[in-house]
Design a protein around this ligand. Structure first.
Ligand SMILES: [Zn+2]
Length: 347
């Protein structure tokens, strides 16, 4: 990112490796809608000459003297969120906010990202996960952000057995939310989207009904399908500040909303007063940045190794070599009909 609205290539020094850190070279990287928001919506504010990217599998080329679990040559999964694990926020259970709200998100935010020949990972023992034999780069790369963020939507909505759930937005994150709701025992899962390729994968991942927002208002479609009762849970993985209006209205009293959508613009979120029970409807809205961390990655990795999830199925477009990231990024910006997620394989 050269500045808001402008991308290109740049030469930079390789970052210094602190005693707890690692320097990696990428083996696989993936652009994300967040990168698009950052550059073309200026969602984080101005950033000059910052390397983009936060989703990667890599190989370690240097480790700090205090790093215990990793050595040069190890292949590793790097999470998009890389907290400082000794911070007060981490000790209070919110590592993703270490150093200030959302500050666990460092790549392509407070420091250079992973679309480079080499990149820096802070707190290597806390933030890296060994890539096991038999797990593809494609599946592993989805553990940086798509799986942990999508799954966090289901965690935030506190899905319980038999819950009826609406997942609003079935891009790659929302699709992983559908898979997560299904694993957590949801009953009816309404997947709200429109593109055929996403709707088909949503069905494969556990959606029981598809709500096409291009065929009418999603609220009335869901109310019709639930005999006017609405749903127990809503996961928001797409839309904008106004999406909360429909989400609150379709939620039963005592229901929960889990939001993992990155609201890139607008000053206020629309919460309908009456539908929110005039403030007393017990309709919870939980929004959270996904937790990072090695332990969580290992657990999610286990779901891939045991064939419970197949995040590699998100990948629709493949590129070879670092230079391919440019085309992959523009694809993410333009979102052609047949795109879910692109990947760039370096190795
Ligand atoms: Zn991402």
């Amino acid at each position: 990112m050269k500045k808001i609205g402008s991308v290109g290539w740049i030469e930079k020094e390789v970052a210094a490796c602190g005693p707890s850190d690692a320097i990696c070279r990428p083996l696989a990287i993936a652009p994300c809608t967040s990168d698009i928001h950052t550059v073309w919506s200026g969602a984080l504010g101005e950033r000059e000459n910052m390397v983009l990217g936060h989703e990667a599998v890599g190989e370690i080329v240097e480790v700090g003297s205090l790093v215990k679990n990793f050595k040069v040559g190890d292949k590793v999964i790097i999470t998009a969120i890389t907290p400082d694990w000794n911070s007060e926020e981490a000790q209070s259970g919110y590592a993703m906010h270490s150093g200030g709200m959302l500050s666990g998100w460092k790549f392509s935010n407070f420091k250079d990202g992973v679309f480079a020949e080499f990149f820096h990972v802070n707190d290597a023992d806390g933030n890296l996960t060994h890539l096991p034999e038999g797990v593809s780069l494609e599946a592993a790369c989805m553990l940086s952000d798509m799986v942990p963020t999508g799954f966090h939507g289901a965690e935030l909505a506190e899905i319980e057995f038999g819950n009826s759930v609406a997942v609003i937005g079935i891009g790659p994150v929302g699709l992983m939310s559908v898979a997560a709701c299904s694993l957590r025992g949801a009953g009816e899962i309404f997947a709200v989207g429109s593109r055929e390729i996403c709707c088909n994968l949503a069905r494969d991942f556990g959606a029981t009904q598809i709500i096409n927002y291009k065929k009418g208002d999603i609220l009335s479609q869901i109310m019709d399908l639930t005999d006017g009762k609405g749903v127990d849970r809503v996961v928001i993985a797409g839309g904008d500040c106004d999406t909360f209006d429909a989400a609150v209205k379709m939620l039963r009293p005592g229901g929960k909303i889990g939001n993992v959508n990155y609201l890139g613009d607008g000053d206020y979120i629309k919460i309908p007063r009456e539908a929110w029970g005039c403030g007393m409807g017990h309709k919870q809205i939980n929004g959270g940045l996904m937790p990072g961390g090695s332990l969580r990655s290992q657990r999610l990795l286990n779901l891939i190794q045991t064939n419970r999830i197949h995040p590699e199925r998100l990948i629709t477009h493949r590129f070879k070599g670092l230079s391919g990231v440019e085309e992959a990024l523009m694809l993410m910006k333009d979102k052609p009909k047949d795109l879910i997620k692109p990947i760039v394989i370096i190795d």
